[in-house]
Ligand binder design. Sequence first.
Ligand code: SF4
Length: 273
Amino acid sequence: MFEDRPTYSFSRITTFEQCARRFRYRYLDAIKEGFKSIEAFMGQQVHSTIEWLFNERDRGHTPTLQDSVSHYCASWDREMAEADPAVRVIKQHDSVTAQHRQGAELVASSFERIFLGDRLHTEANEKHFEILLGGRHRFQGYIDRVARSADGLMHVIDYKTGRRRSKGFSGKDAEQLQSYALATFAETEEDEVELVIEYLRTKQRETRRIGRDQAEHIERALVARIDELESSSVFPPQPGVLCNWCGYNDICEASSRSSKEQPWRDYRTQTTQ
Ligand code: SF4
């Protein structure tokens, strides 16, 4: 019945709210982005390494710090060689090598802080969900990790490799986790979940326990955002500093990308060796 309807995600909603033109290019016109930022690429390699660590533990292995950094380096080189679209370095004084090193540092500090000290039982890594919001909007997402503590409480965990933009458990990061809680309540019998945001750069953990009784409020807020998106018939550009990181800035006439960031440096086959 809803197969012909679009499937929303939290990033689809926030893309519309940040720049409706970018939303149109990506989701309505289905235009492929011209590049991926080096920051996003680094974040993916760090995420996949943390996922690998917990999967290894579930297989009965005990990976070391050296193993995790080696896995990260191998993943980086393999993915960089096959990157499509190409990876782009945007900031003037940034480089592939600098980002690679920063990612390795995040892996090392996460190994100590998140992996070695973890006492939770993993239920799923990179868990996909798809639910129906307000009885009409398909909504999907991928949860970095779902795990359970000894007292039976389910933890819904998200890792952030980017710079922190809000204080405490708030802002878009918190809203994203709340949408994951909604999915957890829809797909399980849990009455309460612990939402956890791990900020890998600042080594901070933000948590919020929420109950099933809050699900209706969260759902109503998400449905209102999707309704507003669906009622829009114009998709104006919203130029700003993020244009530098937008994969459509080569085709968008409103792009305000900074000329200071030129020339672009795209990478596909370069490794860090
Ligand atoms: S380049 Fe800027 S204005 Fe154009 S779509 Fe991207 S973010 Fe929006």
